[in-house]
Design a protein around this ligand. Structure first.
Ligand SMILES: Cc1cc2nc3c(=O)[nH]c(=O)nc-3n(C[C@H](O)[C@H](O)[C@H](O)COP(=O)(O)O)c2cc1C
Length: 403
């Protein structure tokens, strides 16, 4: 750990620009950051462990199966030992592995095992960077809340010109400080509670009532708020999405569990209730699997679930900004406007669901932001962009600055 109290785990991949990463080690240390280095096998063709170790002042890690390292510091511990993982140069290969969850060496296993933010400084030949496979991988990684710095346009070691040059060490340091600085993020010092996903309301041990919510929008919002510096707690119903880096992740199943987790997370400054909480649950959840009853029609009695958004909005520890989501099949604006008042929340993010609209489950969203003073109609954009824009609005509201 350096004098700033923060540290970086630097993964040096196998590219010509690895030489710049030696300079990067010095610049990071100049900023008071502790630096540990993982050198890939290809990376060691370009720079030596001796140089990286001398500059960082720490042992350089190279082999997943180095038993001495595993007993001193296993790869899982190593992956979480720093505040941020920086990959520079991030080769096409390392990007492909991370985008696809491949973990077949120390660097890729560490990247998969970490719960810390990851910043990539890609460096590769322009054709490699513009190849559809790398484009796909970059998009996947961005959606997974992986941070990027560069690449820049310019002359390349291979003699070609175009995007693919690794960002300069100074630019990487600025990006590192931005990510770590969460501290300087506009929402730093604020605590955000985000709910996401559906709830499952059990009928018996094998059946439940649910809805089509994918959780993508809520997860993207949790990621955007974290990136803007907020300490972020994500209370999630059952979905198949990994939590954004640096977010505290609490998984629940039912509406009542979600409410309990949210109340336990208060006080908070911001609450964004993006979960599609089931309005009703079966009156009784049977302890044993329900059986057919000789052709007789079955009926399920329903009882209302607690209203999480209204509860948070009227809570003794009410966050200063409470934002709800409204998914409506018709009369979007009037229904959502009425919901804002009824629930006692500050803003409603309204989207249309149903025939022709893919808000539930899709990657894009078209929303209206409904406030007391009026409504903003946002164009269709990715859920990640909706989340970023919402974080900007929250920053403007709470700090008078853009996130
Ligand atoms: C001279 C030379 C330069 C290379 N430069 C790059 C590069 O800048 N970016 C890249 O993605 N791959 C580059 N490669 C290919 C990688 O080294 C190769 O894909 C390797 O498997 C990457 O391993 P790693 O991702 O574990 O570091 C280069 C290979 C050679 C021989």
């Amino acid at each position: 750990m350096g004098s700033s109290g923060k540290s970086v785990l630097l993964i040096i991949g196998g590219g010509i620009s690895a030489y710049k990463s030696l300079e990067l080690i010095r610049r990071l240390k100049d900023r008071g950051l502790g630096v540990r280095v993982i050198l890939t096998s290809a990376g060691s063709q370009f720079v030596t462990a001796l140089s990286a170790g001398s500059l960082s002042g720490n042992k350089v890690y190279q082999d997943l199966f180095d038993l001495t390292d595993e007993s001193e510091m296993g790869h899982i511990v190593l992956s979480r030992s720093a505040d941020l993982i920086v990959v520079a140069p991030a080769t096409a290969d390392l990007m492909a592995k991370l985008a696809n969850g491949i973990a077949n060496d120390l660097a890729s296993t560490t990247l998969l095992a970490t719960d810390k933010p990851v910043l990539l400084a890609p460096a590769m030949n322009v054709r490699m960077w513009t190849h559809p496979a790398t484009r796909r991988n970059a998009a996947t990684l961005a959606a997974d809340n992986i941070y990027f710095v560069g690449p820049n346009d310019g002359d390349m070691a291979c003699g070609e010109y175009g995007p693919g040059r690794m960002a300069e060490p100074d630019e990487i340091v600025v990006a590192v400080e931005r990510v770590l600085g969460a501290e300087r993020g506009v929402l730093h010092g604020l605590k955000a509670l985000v709910t996401a996903g559906p709830t499952h309301e059990p009928l018996d041990p094998v059946r439940y009532l649910a809805n089509r919510s994918s959780g993508k929008q809520g997860y993207a919002i949790a990621g955007a708020l974290r990136q803007a510096g907020a300490e972020t707690i994500l209370v999630s119903g059952p979905v198949e999405i990994a939590p954004p880096p640096g977010v505290k992740w609490i998984r629940v199943e039912t509406a009542r569990q979600m409410l309990a987790a949210c109340e336990a997370a208060l006080p908070a400054d911001i609450a964004v209730c993006a979960a599609a909480v089931a309005d009703w649950r079966p009156e009784m959840a049977a302890n044993a699997k329900l059986k057919k009853q000789g052709g007789a029609a079955a009926s399920i009695g329903l009882t209302e679930n607690p209203d999480i958004l209204a509860t948070i909005a009227r809570h003794a520890s009410r966050p200063s900004l409470v934002i709800g989501f409204a998914a409506e099949t018709d009369d979007l604006i009037s229904n959502a406007t009425a919901k804002r008042v009824r629930k006692g929340c500050d803003w409603i993010v309204a989207n249309t669901v149903g025939a022709g609209y893919e808000a539930m489950g899709g990657d894009n969203n078209r929303v209206h932001l409904i406030k007391e003073g009026g409504t903003e109609a946002w164009p269709e954009m990715s859920k990640v962009d909706v989340a970023r824009r919402l974080a900007v609005r929250i920053g403007e509201k709470l700090n008078g600055r853009a996130a």
